[in-house]
Design a protein around this ligand. Sequence first.
Ligand code: B12
Length: 264
Amino acid sequence: MSDLSKLYDAILNGETKNAIALTREALEGGADPLDLVTRYMAPAMDEAGKRFECEEYFVPELMRAAQAMKGALELIRPLLVASGAEPAGRVVIGTVRGDRHDIGKNLVSSMLEGGGFEVHDLGIDVSPEKFVLAVRERSPDLVCLSTLLTVTMRSVPITIQALKDAGLRERVRVLVGGAPVTEEWALKVGADGYGANAAAAVPLARRMLARQDQPPACPGGTMTGIAAHAHDRDAPRRQEILDRVEQTDLRSRLSRERLFGDAR
Ligand code: B12
């Protein structure tokens, strides 16, 4: 069997062809697929995420690493499914109604897949009804909402409300991300957590399911996100943020009201 640290390097360096070839070789040599994921591939993605967090990697490098990971996972996934290995969690992800941006969402999706989650990607311009249907059909642990436009931010609370109306809200954790979103806003509109970037999504998702705190990847890292209603340990932090939101200056309150009308 070849030196498997090369597989780690190939993913970290975003060498898709190499990562696929090394994975195939390792599998043919009798390597355990789960071992390949947990010991080499996922750690490589974790490292890529940390480098992104610390601004040593930027979007292209992260994308390339995610692509290499996805390519290698194509070979491994059927074997894992056949062996009955449980995914880290199930995720339904989509860009909210009215919004057609998907580069960031795809990156988050790839990172989550790379992190061992089973991801069902609903695509772009996803209506609240479609999210509700997917939660009914797929029984995910997490629902991830992406929004890049300020005008489509309002689709986030509308989607959360649709989950509530369908009696599904308590079954899932809702994570929100996208350039115009902030943690304060995400919590204010009833999400459970916020991720600033794709690298943050994996530890945040793991944390939400495992109910464990994870340290930021590097000092001053942007990884963020807190659990809200379901996690007592986070209650003081949540309250602190909500208090801060209450104290927000009038101008930003007015712009929120303009954005959401009077109801949210
Ligand atoms: C590429 C792009 C497009 C492409 C989209 C292609 C595609 N397939 O996605 C095209 C050309 C189609 C496009 C169209 C439009 N766009 Co555009 N677009 C962009 C641009 C340049 C880059 C976005 C991007 O991909 N960034 C890279 C990714 C990796 O970053 P990201 O999306 O932020 O995602 C990261 C995080 O936010 C986070 N994240 C994202 N989602 C989630 C979800 C979860 C759960 C988590 C945890 C994290 C997370 O993780 C991601 C990875 O780290 C931005 C400007 C910018 N610099 O952001 C404008 C921008 C978003 N677009 C803008 C606008 C206005 C439009 C249009 C309305 C233009 C028009 N008049 O037609 C249309 C809207 C179409 C529609 N209905 O959606 C504005 C939005 C302004 C605003 N505040 O609302 C921006 C900011 C440009 C600008 N400065 O004016 N756009």
